[in-house]
Design a protein around this ligand. Structure first.
Ligand code: AMP
Ligand code: ZN
Length: 111
């Protein structure tokens, strides 16, 4: 089972900031910005390439959750970056689709 599925199941700890029936958001273990949150669907979907007509709502849902968290953490006005690494050339490390929410400083490099 992948590391994010283990977090969903509570088998490994995570610093959760949001949870509902289908989604979870938690702090990145190696933050690259003052705010660095990962938003994931609880369903195991490997990567962005696997998004199609049948599950495209996941992209919208994750965006709405990211915006909600950004507001709660007070970076909605200062701005933030959403990143999805897809596949080897993008440096995807964890093959369970996730959206990075980065902010809290002026960002130069993507994650
Ligand atoms: P990516 O390159 O988009 O696949 O990024 C995976 C991200 O997951 C990295 O920023 C890691 O620091 C983060 N990460 C890996 N394992 C954990 C974990 N157990 N808890 C929180 N974040 C993690
Ligand atoms: Zn998974």
């Amino acid at each position: 089972m992948c590391v994010f599925c283990q977090i969903v199941k509570g088998e490994i700890p995570a610093d959760k900031v949001y949870e509902d029936k289908n989604y979870l958001a938690f702090k990145d273990i190696r933050p690259k910005a003052p705010v660095h949150i990962l938003i994931i669907p609880k369903e195991h979907i490997e990567k962005l390439t696997d998004i199609d007509e049948s599950n495209k709502h996941i992209m919208g849902d994750m965006t709405v959750i990211a915006n909600k968290i950004a507001k709660e953490l007070g970076i909605d006005k200062s701005g933030y970056r959403i990143v999805i690494n897809n596949g080897p050339d993008a440096g995807q490390e964890v093959y369970h689709i996730h959206m990075h929410l980065l902010g809290g400083k002026r960002l130069i490099f993507a994650t």
